[in-house]
Write a protein that binds this ligand. Structure first.
Ligand code: ZN
Length: 155
């Protein structure tokens, strides 16, 4: 691995040392008017050992994007990582890590109760055929079963 510090925070994270699942504060950015964005790394699968299948990941993205906003108006964005091992969650003017865990937990419980994936149609989504509610719920169930592990990032 390169010794040089890179621009992207997660490129400086040694992915062989982490232990999924976890929730990690990855970055804080302040705007010129004092607004602050807290960016979290929600790691679901162990890097280079496991990954989410795209339909399940995609449905979990839709579900968390829609349902998390029932629990907080500070959610800016929830986006999947290209390596399919987790999501980034950006919050504005919200610096309470424990509350973020609670928001994620409540959102995942809502995922388990969901009867359909929101916006999985060609009008509202860019790949409406690639969804799996069952897959998303299996991911949510597994993540919730390891709730007490979320706060420890490194093995
Ligand atoms: Zn979509």
């Amino acid at each position: 691995m390169t010794e040089q510090k890179m621009n992207v925070e997660s490129f400086n994270l040694n992915h062989t040392k982490v232990k999924a699942p976890y929730v990690r504060l990855a970055d804080i950015k302040a705007g010129q008017n004092g607004d602050r964005i807290h960016k979290y790394d929600l790691r679901i699968c162990q890097p280079n050992r496991a990954h989410m299948e795209m339909p399940a990941l995609h449905s979990l993205e839709h579900l968390m994007a829609e349902l998390s906003r029932n629990h907080s108006d500070k959610v800016v964005d929830i986006s999947p990582m290209g390596c399919q091992t987790g999501f980034y969650i950006a919050m504005i003017n919200h610096d309470n890590y424990d509350d973020v865990l609670t928001i994620i937990e409540r959102t995942l419980n809502d995922v388990l109760d969901a009867e359909e994936v929101p916006a999985c149609n060609e009008m509202q989504c860019g790949w409406a055929a690639s969804h799996s509610l069952d897959g998303a719920q299996a991911l949510a169930r597994d993540l919730l079963s390891k709730r007490n592990e979320w706060t420890s990032v490194f093995a």
